[in-house]
Ligand binder design. Structure first.
Ligand SMILES: O=C(O)CCC(=O)C(=O)O
Ligand SMILES: [Fe+2]
Length: 370
């Protein structure tokens, strides 16, 4: 049941962020009238009454003789949710429907009532297209996920560069330099293209699949902040080769001074709400190297709400940034999120690189500003 509620809550989040109707979501998956009703109940319990309303309406539309939920109960639910999101006319309208339904129930052959019901439902649907704007506050995070803002389209991005890098003359990269693109300047976010092959990706996914479990945040809690499946991999030769490549590219040490490679899979509705990667440990996560092991058809961008940047997953590429300033303070602009996946399946692998042991590759600074 907890899983079902989690899945329902994922669908509602998807709906909120991408402004979707249940019909849009049902193009990607199919839910029965009872399941749609359950999603509506979860929305209702989260005080998201407009969303609840839409799910109840969808459930009513797809009701069959095998459904456990009844037309009567659904109309009651529609009345309550309409009342709660502040639309008295809609609530009254469904109340009338409810009264008609009683006549209808006592006389099932009453075609006139049936027609009226259909007509009313239809007018309801077309007369209130702006249901999402009633009281949904849209954050920068959500707008970024929808692709409505991305500061990189401005003049600023034209100043950013793209080049081949040998990791500062690293012998392993001399003959195969990596394609490096600066995605943003402050914080500096770098995209490395084609750093992992499709074959290597398949190997990592195959190792991970049987080990995946519901992701946690902080110290071992499962929550709706992070909805995905993940695993920290042990270093076999395949994993170690990737770690070595990350060290070569970034110039940072990844053997003793990093966490194990963290593989993560997000299904539809899977996401990671805005957060910092730093964990307040003595040996703090100084930098993040995030590898995209899949493209995502729709949704699933990595966004930085404080600076207005959205990074689209591109299979085989990786993005890298420092979470800490050189003086050791957390760079507050590195807050980021994984937007909900709407279409497709998202795979990423994270390497969190820690502070200790990087003194020679990234000297610290006493300056307040660095
Ligand atoms: O999936 C993403 O795009 C971001 C993942 C992330 O931020 C994390 O795992 O810490
Ligand atoms: Fe993160």
């Amino acid at each position: 049941m907890e899983d079902l509620d989690g899945a329902a809550s994922g669908l509602i989040r998807l709906q909120e962020i991408y402004k979707l109707y249940p019909e849009d979501i049902m193009k990607e998956m199919s839910l029965s009238a009872d399941e749609a009703y359950h999603v509506g109940l979860v929305a209702y319990n989260e005080d998201k009454f407009q969303h609840a309303f839409l799910w109840f309406l969808y459930s009513l539309d797809t009701l069959t003789e095998y459904s456990a939920i009844t037309e009567e109960e659904l109309i009651q639910s529609l009345i309550f949710s309409a009342y709660h999101f502040g639309s008295l006319p809609v609530a009254i309208h469904f109340n009338k429907l409810h009264l008609n339904l009683e006549t209808f129930a006592s006389d099932p052959t009453n075609d006139e009532v049936r027609d009226q019901l259909n007509r009313l439902l239809h007018s309801q649907r077309t007369s209130n297209p702006d249901i999402f704007t009633l009281n949904t506050e849209s954050s920068n995070y959500e707008a970024l996920c929808r692709g409505e803002v991305d500061e990189r389209t401005s003049k600023r991005q034209r100043a950013l560069s793209c080049r081949y890098s040998t990791g500062g003359g690293n012998p392993r990269l001399m003959y195969a330099p990596v394609k490096e693109e600066v995605e943003w300047d402050e914080p500096r976010i770098i995209r490395y293209h084609d750093i992992i092959s499709d074959r290597e990706i398949e190997i990592l996914k195959n190792i991970s699949r049987p080990l995946l479990s519901r992701s946690q945040t902080g110290r071992g809690t499962v929550s709706n902040i992070r909805v995905s499946q993940s695993v920290f991999l042990n270093e076999d030769e395949n994993v170690a080769r990737i770690s070595q490549r990350i060290a070569d590219i970034t110039g940072l040490r990844t053997n003793t001074s990093a966490e194990r490679l963290h593989v993560q899979n997000y299904g539809i509705g899977g996401r990671y709400e805005p957060h910092y990667d730093s964990v307040n440990d003595e040996n703090e996560r100084i930098a993040t190297f995030l590898i995209y092991m899949s493209d995502v058809e729709t949704g699933g961008a990595t966004v930085f709400p404080k600076v207005g940047v959205a990074l689209k997953p591109k299979k085989g590429s990786a993005v890298f940034w420092y979470n800490l300033h050189k003086n050791g303070n957390v760079d507050l602009n590195t807050e980021h999120a994984g937007c909900p996946v709407f279409r497709g399946n998202k795979w990423v692998a994270n390497k969190w690189i820690c502070e200790f042991g990087q003194e020679f590759s990234r000297p610290c600074s006493l300056s307040y500003w660095e």
